[in-house]
Design a protein around this ligand. Sequence first.
Ligand code: HEC
Length: 108
Amino acid sequence: MKKATILFCTCACILLFTNCHKKMHTTAKKTPAQEADYAKNSYTDAQREQGRGLFEKTCGNCHDLPVPGAFTISQWDEILPKMFKQSKMSYDDAGLVKAYVVFNAKKP
Ligand code: HEC
């Protein structure tokens, strides 16, 4: 009985967590316009500034520091997941960096 309760709670937590994760996460394909809105409205100036700090600290380690305005949002969508993996950045840090990059991306 007790075991079943624990099992149930664990499953419920996992479900809840993965669901939130999906909602938050960028893997749910957004259009570039939605990405732009998200970067603008779901993050504060201070958070994007924090993202810039992380970007400058991390993203120039293996190559020259890229310029956010050099690529459009759709191009960054292709590049960033690979580079976040390269940088071994935490999920939250990656979110901040992405907000900064998308906010300053090349306008299509
Ligand atoms: C551990 C090394 C490493 C780190 C850290 C790293 N990169 Fe890269 N990056 C690479 C390599 C290797 C390539 C070339 C191969 C490729 O495109 O996968 C590359 C290529 C790129 C390109 C060119 C892609 C293109 O299609 O022209 C961009 C832009 C870029 N990285 C951005 C970033 C950003 C932004 C970060 C920080 C989040 C970052 N990189 C962190 C190794 C790294």
